[in-house]
Ligand binder design. Structure first.
Ligand code: DMJ
Length: 394
């Protein structure tokens, strides 16, 4: 299968195309995938292709503030923001660093690393944060945060936090500003975003909008227990591990409390006990499941670091429910519209690439007891689950 895929990359993966692509999605999926495959196979074809796509994405950084635009035309070498705004998403501009830094290290061409390091340095100094928590948008002209006052660990902010820690680890734990920003942000989470639900008293991560707490949690936030555990494994505060243990239980309950045993895209937690109500409430617009990886990803980290088999059991339950409700008899899996209806979960006929790239890969790793199957002291996973080497392994 690898040989077949290699042939396809050699002959058919051509980037000289007049198409607009999203900088972040192309970096984490295509550039990250190629770099990772280069390391795992040693085959220079993948590095050549990585260099090609890396160069084609670079025009995104030609903005007045050097904060990249969201979209690039990889054939024409032009970049632009979305049609309706000159803002970029904070998570997007701060979650391309692991890949561009690695591309510089491998090619000896500094320009990739310089461009992404500059973004991190700039964001480090920006005002508008709340105890290390960042807003969701940043303007490509002014370089300032916009839509101030809304803080989430979910969509549009999530992987900013993940990449602070992971860049620090990738670079050999020397870049102190990254660590400072990460530690401050986790303190911010504890201070502003944590609450407990009723009746089970699950600790969850909500959102803050202009001083008002909302008990809303995206499934995306379930990357956080894994990231906290990775930080603790790398010598950070032991209470991060405690928090990771508490939060992964909550993420598991986001599956277990639902009729199909699959989590919806977004849940709202009950802050007050009401007869007949569970901790988790689901709004009709949020009841889809896109086969997302975050909970399984965190289960993998938790199992690796604790050896507690309950994490494997929880992952197994989730896999069985994916098989029950999302598997397509003719091949593949599909997103579904309704996790609350086991008799008709309403298949969408769409399988996101992160199901193979992340969800199934983390399942595979979770069910293995071989710690050398991607040793976490030697590799760091990018946010699309592609392992990249740690520059100075532990
Ligand atoms: C993936 O593309 C990445 O994990 C990203 O960080 C968040 N969204 C999807 C998976 O849910």
């Amino acid at each position: 299968e690898f040989e077949e895929a290699r042939k396809w990359v050699a002959n058919d993966l051509v980037f000289d195309k007049n198409v607009d692509v999203n900088l972040f999605e192309s970096t984490i999926r295509i550039l990250g995938g190629l770099l990772s495959t280069y390391h795992l196979s040693g085959d220079s074809l993948f590095l050549e292709k990585a260099k090609d796509i890396g160069n084609r994405l670079m025009p995104a950084f030609k903005t007045p503030s050097k904060i990249p635009y969201s979209d690039v035309n990889i054939g024409r070498g032009t970049a632009h923001p979305p049609r309706w705004t000159s803002d970029s998403t904070v998570a997007e501009v701060t979650s391309i660093q692991l890949e561009f830094r690695e591309l510089s290290r491998l090619t000896g061409d500094e320009k990739f690393q310089k461009a992404v390091d500059e973004v991190m340095k700039h964001v480090h100094t920006l005002s508008g944060k709340n105890d290390g928590l960042v807003p969701m948008f940043i303007n490509t002209n002014s370089g300032q945060f916009t839509h101030l006052g809304v803080y989430t660990m979910g969509a549009r902010a999530d992987s900013y936090y993940e990449y602070l820690l992971k860049q620090w680890i990738q670079g050999g734990k020397k870049e102190n500003e990254l660590l400072e920003d990460y530690m401050r942000a986790i303190e911010g989470v504890k201070k502003h975003l944590l609450q407990r639900s009723e009746p089970k008293k699950l600790t969850f991560v909500g959102e803050l909008a202009h001083g008002h707490f909302s008990a809303k949690m995206d499934h995306l936030v379930c990357f956080l227990p894994g990231t906290l555990a990775l930080g603790a494994h790398n010598g950070l505060a032991a209470d991060h591990m405690k928090l990771a243990e508490t939060l992964i239980e909550t993420c598991y309950q986001m599956y277990a409390q639902v009729e199909t045993g699959l989590s919806p895209e977004i849940v709202h937690f009950n802050l007050h006990a009401q007869k007949g109500h569970k901790d988790v409430e689901i709004k009709p617009a949020d009841r889809h499941n896109l086969l997302r990886p975050e909970t399984v990803e965190s289960l993998f980290y938790m199992y690796r670091f604790t050896g507690d088999k309950k994490y494997q059991d929880w992952g197994w339950e989730i896999l069985q429910n994916f098989n029950r409700y999302t598997r397509v008899p003719t091949g593949g899996y599909t997103s579904i519209n309704n996790v609350q209806n086991p008799s008709n979960p309403e298949p969408r006929d769409k399988m996101e690439s992160f199901f193979l790239g992340e969800t199934l890969k983390y399942m595979f790793l979770l069910f293995s007891d071989d710690i050398d199957l991607i040793n976490l002291d030697k590799y760091i996973f990018n946010t699309e689950a592609h392992p990249l080497p740690i520059w100075v392994p532990a």
